[in-house]
Design a protein around this ligand. Structure first.
Ligand code: FAQ
Length: 311
């Protein structure tokens, strides 16, 4: 027997209406959203590091200005997402604590290093490309604050994806060495970008329920297929090879056949053993500690203003 509240919640979800912060919602729905949105926020904030690594070494003033704008957008995305998560009853401090103590997950993709400038191209093209595929359907997520945040995030991700594509295109029109550098970056980022969509559907414990709640609209494997379909013609224009010899369109199944993703590596990364896990967390922790005086000053200022208002 459903309670009145439960019936109303189910009805809103079934009718494609939005659940808002003050609405009743099942505890598990709230928990799932806090999990996904906070992980997403952490990914944006940690995701500033691999590219931040190249700001001081960008090959021209124009490239530097573009890269700085992109990394700042990522900070903005992190902040919208933390705010969206806060509407569910978790504080920024709690989320930050979970992140810097290593208890929170964030996207596997940001555990990989960025040794060359071409990595900026590959990240924009592949990582932001994957992010768009995954996040466009999230604009229709049943939870209002998350869906609305995604709309702006996706617009900005589209610019990010284009700028990455353009970096690779420029390199591919350059010298042999530049073409090699671009291909090498694509080789290194291709498989990890496919893994961003999460484990295969038969090993994705959260998918079924999240789809029922209309948080997720497509399964991990469906989105991965869609992403590969987007990449194939773009790779042709770039003149790069996608590093999967088994990749081909299958007329019969209407899907791409593809090689096996290294799931052992993926789960190792999730366990905190990726190539850059420790470095990323350490950097975030230090930045948080170095920023303590800003938080203290802001709190002191707010107290002073509040005291003035009373007086
Ligand atoms: N990395 O049952 P499922 C960006 C975890 S884009 C790490 O399938 P779910 C933009 C998952 O949390 C990147 N962990 O889970 C940018 C779960 O563990 P839990 C961020 C992963 O939630 C570009 C377990 O595996 N985007 O930042 C990953 O239904 C360039 C079982 O998995 C988002 O977060 C992974 N790749 O589906 C920034 C999008 N995959 O929590 C800078 C929003 C799975 O039970 C530069 N999130 N896990 O302990 C989502 O759409 C979903 O959460 C999925 C996972 C699809 C990621």
């Amino acid at each position: 027997e459903l309670s009145e509240e439960e019936r109303l919640f189910d009805e809103l979800v079934a009718n494609e209406q939005r659940i808002e912060p003050r609405d009743w919602m099942p505890d598990a729905y709230r928990k799932t959203l806090i999990r996904q949105i906070s992980q997403h926020a952490h990914s944006e904030i940690i995701g500033m590091q691999p590219e931040g690594n190249w700001i001081t070494r960008a090959p021209s003033l124009k490239r530097k200005a573009i890269l700085m704008a992109k990394v700042q957008d990522e900070a903005g995305h992190g902040l919208y997402l933390y705010s969206a998560a806060q509407t569910l009853g978790i504080t920024r401090d709690e989320m930050m604590e979970q992140l810097i103590t290593g208890r929170a997950k964030y996207s596997s993709i940001f555990h990989y290093p960025t040794p060359t400038w071409a990595d900026m191209g590959a990240i924009g093209w592949l990582v932001d490309g994957a992010a768009i595929c995954n996040q466009v359907p999230l604009c229709r997520a049943s939870y209002g604050p998350y869906g609305r945040a995604m709309v702006r995030v996706c617009k900005e991700e589209s610019f990010h994806q284009r700028q990455g594509f353009e970096i690779l295109l420029t390199l591919m029109q350059g010298t042999d060495e530049q073409r090699q550098m671009a291909q090498d970056a694509v080789n290194r980022w291709y498989w990890p970008s496919l893994a961003m969509f999460g484990p295969p559907d038969d090993q994705s414990p959260n998918s079924a329920q999240s789809m029922k709640w209309k948080i997720k609209r497509f399964s991990n494997d469906e989105l991965r297929q869609r992403f590969v379909g987007m990449l194939v013609p773009q790779a042709e224009i770039l003149g790069v090879t996608l590093p999967d010899p088994e990749l081909r369109w299958n007329e019969e199944t209407g899907r791409y056949d593809m090689g096996e993703i290294d799931w052992d590596e993926f789960f190792e990364v999730l366990r905190g053993n990726g190539p850059c896990n420790a470095e990323r967390l350490e950097r975030r922790r230090t930045a948080h500690e170095d920023g303590a005086w800003v938080r203290e000053a802001a709190a002191a200022y707010a107290d002073k203003q509040a005291a003035k208002a009373v007086a």
